[in-house]
Design a protein around this ligand. Structure first.
Ligand code: GDG
Length: 465
């Protein structure tokens, strides 16, 4: 049977009981379990000397292969080109995009290193599935070494419009690398269109449309490949069951008691400038300012575990949010009510599921997001009898599927405040209708479908004429 080899910057915790694993980890694990295979990536450790062979850990039919990074590789590849160049650029934040030849070379060096270390583990019949912006050049590196296996790539971030992408000095080389795969997957049709535009207008390639939802065949840089939207999702049924079982868990009860009957608005995001947190805090401030009846009656809880803490832009946003929440709490707090509960830490999935269920509004307002799984998770965790309302940014990939949410423009702070007010006063009947419409999408488009669609498309490769 064909083995699946998954490559991602980080591998998920080997101990499956560790609940921090998000949607990607769940999906990849279930795909790997189905076919058996290898999960290859960075161990998360930074070491002084260049790494030797990958460390192998067997877990049933699955092998984890992990590699340490040197301090220099970590700085140039991870903090540098991946997180200070590609991440902001792919999220349309040219002002935050730093480019240097040094980090770019570091990125290429680590991709070549990953390919060299992975190569001895590969069999000729394997299918290789590479994830995310950190590792775009992997396939090209492997092909240069003579590997002819089927290779697929999935991008977890948005794919920017060509006008943004061409600001990257090495955009041509990067896109040539992307076309070394047999299948390239994006979250949405919008991302796919941006990619197609790049191929057509910048690369001078050819595009063949396969019809609605079936992707396009791309001919560029001397290669032929399938590019398609595969909207990632969640394990809907198991999350719904988890939320049900967490409904009366101790932490959920404690949260409910602390609210003493008040409504809760919840946000859960990695602390990242793409998530629109300053504008979100402002929108909540605006809600209290514009609709004073909410004062003393509604709280906003933002859970934001720190992320990429070595990158200066992430340190800056943390400071900004501390000041902003302090400002709102200083302005409105009463001795028995604090408007914003701002938590810079993470919780278990089960605790989060219980918190989502208790919250009247799920506030998900990224300025750009590939998909945004939190939006889907919030819906799946609701009580069908008394569901909350999802307020969702139009710039999250999820907005293309969850159209029964209250869709907002996060830059329009007053508009978001208005949507919050509408959500808080929405009649039960309407809340149920919207919930059922969104749940229908999540039941038919869950994580298993994402995995099967992608692996199925890769199995059908190559896409020769
Ligand atoms: C990237 C793309 C795309 C968050 N806080 C805690 C916690 N989480 C979990 C959430 C969710 C996951 O982390 C975050 O996923 P998102 O999709 O919301 O956002 P990114 O991390 O930016 O993910 C994104 C995704 O990749 C998948 O392709 O959707 O667009 O940016 O599952 O619940 N989990 C736990 N504790 C926390 O405190 N356990």
């Amino acid at each position: 049977m064909t083995r699946l080899v998954v490559v991602s910057n980080r591998v998920a915790p080997i101990d499956e009981g560790k609940q921090a694993a998000g949607g990607l980890a769940v999906a990849v694990l279930s795909a790997l379990k189905k076919s058996g295979g290898i999960w290859f990536g960075w161990s998360g450790e930074v070491v002084a000397t260049p790494p030797g062979d990958p460390e192998l850990t067997e877990a049933g039919r699955l092998t984890y292969a992990t590699l340490h990074l040197t301090r220099r590789d970590f700085e140039e590849y991870y903090n540098g080109f991946a997180n200070s160049t590609l991440w902001p650029l792919f999220h349309y934040r040219l002002g935050l995009t730093n480019f240097s030849r040094r980090t770019c070379e570091g990125y290429e060096r680590v991709n070549a290193l990953f390919a060299r270390k992975l190569a001895p583990l590969l069999h000729s019949e394997d299918m290789i599935w590479v994830h995310d912006y950190h590792l775009i050049p992997m396939a090209e590196e492997l092909r240069l070494m003579g590997h002819g296996q089927r290779m697929g790539f999935f991008l977890h971030t948005p794919f920017p419009s060509p006008e943004i992408l061409v600001a990257l000095p090495n955009h041509g080389k990067l896109m040539r690398g992307l076309c070394a795969y047999d299948v390239v997957g994006f979250h949405t049709e919008v991302d796919l269109r941006c990619f197609a535009n790049y191929i057509h207008y910048e690369a001078g390639g050819r595009i063949e449309d396969r019809g609605p939802g079936r992707g396009i065949i791309v001919e560029a840089y001397g290669r032929r490949l399938l590019a398609r939207a595969f909207p990632i999702s969640i394990d809907t049924d198991s999350l719904t069951a988890l939320a049900q079982s967490a409904a009366n868990a101790r932490q959920t009860e404690r949260l409910r008691e602390s609210l003493v009957g008040r409504d809760l608005i919840i946000g859960v995001d990695r602390l990242d400038y793409s998530k629109g947190l300053p504008q979100r805090f402002e929108a909540f401030h605006c809600l209290l300012e514009t609709y004073p009846a909410n004062r003393g009656h509604v709280s906003f809880m933002q859970i934001a575990p720190p992320s990429r803490t070595d990158v200066p832009e992430y340190q800056a946003i943390r400071k900004e949010l501390e000041a902003s929440s302090g400002h709102t709490n200083g302005r409105f707090a009463e001795f028995d009510w604090v408007p914003i509960r701002y938590l810079n830490k993470s919780f278990t999935r089960r605790t989060l599921a219980g918190f989502f269920r208790v919250s009247r509004i799920g506030l998900v307002t990224p300025l750009r997001d590939g998909m945004n799984l939190v939006a889907k998770e919030y819906v799946a965790c609701q009580d069908p009898e008394d569901p909350g309302v999802l307020v969702l940014s139009r710039f999250a990939g999820a907005a293309q599927e969850l159209s029964a949410a209250l869709i907002v423009n996060p830059y329009d702070v007053e508009g978001v405040a208005e949507a919050l007010q509408r959500g808080l006063s929405m009649p039960l009947e309407e809340r149920r209708e919207r919930y059922h419409a969104n749940m229908e999408v999540l039941r038919t488009h869950d994580i298993a479908k994402w995995r099967d669609d992608f692996v199925g498309s890769l199995t059908a490769a190559p896409y020769d004429a």
